[in-house]
Design a protein around this ligand. Structure first.
Ligand code: GLA
Length: 390
């Protein structure tokens, strides 16, 4: 464990002792950055994210009554979750992730012990780096741990996804929770979201991932996300009238899509086009990364952004500006928006030796154009979620 990480855990343990007068166990789960494969996970497709060394930590100790107290240090708020509450409804705040995970575990037929949680995190909230998935996964590990329950990492990822889909109400795919559970330091995770088969792809030693935050978040994000999902389903429904063997866009080739284009209106066609092309790009990018072909991988990332902007329409002016600023910098192989879109972050595949110059050029250029001071994170890739043993 890196010493700064150890220090954060010790500090959290000490605060827990003061708040709850008990000795906690500490679990942590990382955020993720998606290198390529955007809006493909809920279409049974391919993604290639990496877990990053930004974490949500949950300190936990058993509590006598069958309920959970959760305190968020970041927000200075406390929530109470009563296992006996009939028909619990979402509160539309951070505590829904904790409540949703507890409910998902209990509705899988497992019985949970009561718990006191102290939660702290440094994954920037709402910026496309999966702060919510890292909160869900760290909470799941803590609640399972205190209840003496053991589940596989893949089962945990699925439970957390179901919490988000069924309780929080965001119809997200599996990518974020899976990456938070299965990430590996120094590697990207090539994941088939249908079979959940995955491969670790080493990130070449001379390369790095620079993440730059536009600091904007457009309010339409969640509604538009669910709308994109519906448009993909509608594409599958229409195409399956002539292609009965397909069950998702994963099964549709570019030539089949173009052959049956007249079945789809222009918007649905462009949504499908993005997904079909993006799946092909992820496979190619995986091979390029394995071959150390950084320029080729970067060009695929650039093409991914253009497709998300033009065909899938989930970018925004700030993301486009930042991507262009990054691409102008020597040492950037490729740059694209990352995550759901409508704000949040871009990810750049870069020559590691030039990280500081690139971060400065993007920060200065972005401030000159928008007046906004952005954040940049040159964050190392990380291992998936686990208990922190101090
Ligand atoms: C969000 C969702 C993911 C995925 C991305 C887009 O991060 O949580 O499941 O769909 O958007 O690729």
């Amino acid at each position: 464990m890196a010493s700064s990480t150890l220090f954060e855990s010790v500090a959290l343990r000490d605060r827990y002792r003061r708040v709850y007068s008990a000795e906690p166990r500490i679990f942590r789960a990382p955020g993720r950055v998606n290198i390529i494969g955007e809006h493909t996970d809920y279409n049974d497709g391919f993604v290639m994210p990496a877990a990053i060394a930004l974490y949500t930590r949950v300190a936990v100790h058993h509590r006598a009554m069958g309920c959970i107290t959760a305190q968020s240090e970041n927000l200075g708020q406390r929530a109470f979750i009563d296992f006996d509450e009939p028909n619990p409804a979402p509160r539309h705040d951070w505590s829904d992730y904790v409540r949703g995970v507890a409910l998902a575990i209990r509705s899988s037929g497992r019985s949970l012990e009561g718990a006191n949680l102290l939660i702290q995190g440094n994954v920037p909230i709402g910026s496309g780096l999966s702060s919510s998935a890292s909160l869900e996964v760290a909470t799941a590990l803590a609640l399972l741990g205190v209840s003496g329950l053991e589940l596989s990492r893949t089962e945990i990822a699925r439970l957390c996804q179901s919490a988000e889909n069924n309780f929080v109400g965001a119809k997200t795919g599996i990518m974020d929770q899976f990456t938070s559970c299965h990430g590996r330091e120094g590697h990207a995770l090539f994941l088939d979201c249908r079979s959940l088969e995955y491969h670790y792809i080493p990130i070449p030693r001379n390369a790095g991932l620079l993440v730059c935050n536009t600091m904007v978040r457009h309010s339409l994000a969640s509604g538009e996300y669910n709308l994109r999902r519906q448009q993909c389903s509608e594409g599958v429904r229409l195409l399956s009238t002539v292609l009965p063997e397909i069950s998702s866009l994963r099964d549709v080739s570019r030539s089949a899509l173009d052959e049956h284009r007249e079945l789809l209106d222009e918007t649905i066609y462009r949504r499908c086009l993005h997904v079909v092309n993006e799946n092909n790009r992820v496979t190619k990018a995986g091979i390029a990364l394995l071959d150390g072909a950084l320029k080729a991988a970067g060009e695929l990332m650039n093409a991914s952004h253009e497709s998300l902007r033009g065909d899938y329409e989930v970018s925004c002016p700030e993301l486009d500006l930042m991507v262009n600023l990054a691409r102008d910098c020597p040492g950037v192989f490729g740059a694209r928006m990352t995550g759901g879109g409508f704000g949040g972050c871009i990810v750049c595949l870069i020559d590691k030796a030039k990280a500081n110059q690139i971060a400065r050029a993007v920060t200065d250029g972005y401030k000159a154009h928008t007046g906004i001071v952005c954040e940049t994170y040159f964050c190392p890739t990380a291992d998936g979620a686990d208990e922190e043993l101090i």
